[in-house]
Design a protein around this ligand. Structure first.
Ligand SMILES: [Zn+2]
Length: 238
């Protein structure tokens, strides 16, 4: 996207072909107030979480009566936008075309280590009867491995949790420092949870490199968050 005209949000072509689905990975040009400006989106309820780097999933079937904490949202109801805020972490959408179910997931290194995507896929199976092999996944922009330096502490936590170590690449001449591939770690988790690799789709941009995106690593405390959203239009019957 670098150098191109400013886009408000990015989409996955295969998800765009689902007529009742609305989704987008927001750029820094997409604001919360923009949801109300789109024709047909005005009466969608907007749901977001206090995101806390856990594996906690909330199933939204009615308007929540309190502020929810967690890192994943799922629904089988139309006219609801599930929002995940990110700035370097990976946003992931899940879609079940046959059941009419969507989910939005916030995957940082901590949530990934806790197996958040496995929890979500399992939750969709139990709650809504979704078959993992039928799910489509859309992975949005996140910090790329080449830009994401981590220390021994992160790698040690992954090792202690029994997770694959080859998503960490040692940095030459800097003992105890690694480049961490957050996207790949989550892709493996989806496939491990039963998704077909051909159904795991990507918007493979780096938040730190692309100045149309917010990056915590680039901008630190001045960084804002990107608004990623997914929801369903009501099925029209005539
Ligand atoms: Zn980068």
């Amino acid at each position: 996207m670098i150098g191109s005209a400013a886009q408000l949000f990015l989409t996955v072509p295969r998800l765009n072909r689902i007529p009742w689905l609305i989704h987008g990975f927001g750029t820094r040009h997409w604001k919360l107030s923009d949801f109300r400006k789109r024709a047909g989106w005005e009466n969608f309820k907007i749901i977001w979480l206090k995101q806390v780097h856990t594996e906690r999933v909330h199933f939204i079937e009615a308007a929540p009566t309190r502020r929810l904490q967690g890192d994943a949202l799922a629904t089988n109801r139309p006219r609801i936008f599930l929002i995940m805020k990110t700035a370097d972490c990976l946003p992931v959408f899940l879609v079940d075309r046959s059941k009419g179910v969507v989910a939005a997931v916030h995957c940082g290194w901590r949530g990934t280590r806790r197996g958040i995507l496995e929890h979500v896929v399992d939750g969709l199976r139990v709650r809504y009867g979704c078959r993992p092999a039928s799910l489509l996944a859309g992975m949005g922009p996140c910090i790329a491995a080449s830009c994401y330096e981590v220390g021994d502490d992160v790698r040690d936590e992954y090792r202690a949790s029994g997770l694959a170590q080859n998503v960490f690449r040692p940095i030459g001449g800097r003992p105890g420092k690694y480049l961490f591939d957050l996207r790949e770690a989550n892709r493996r988790q989806l496939i491990g949870a039963g998704l077909d690799a051909r159904n795991v789709l990507d918007v493979p941009l780096c938040t730190r490199c692309d100045t149309h995106l917010h990056s915590y690593r680039r901008d630190r405390d001045t960084s804002a968050r990107l608004y990623n959203f997914i929801g369903m239009k009501p099925i029209e019957t005539s």
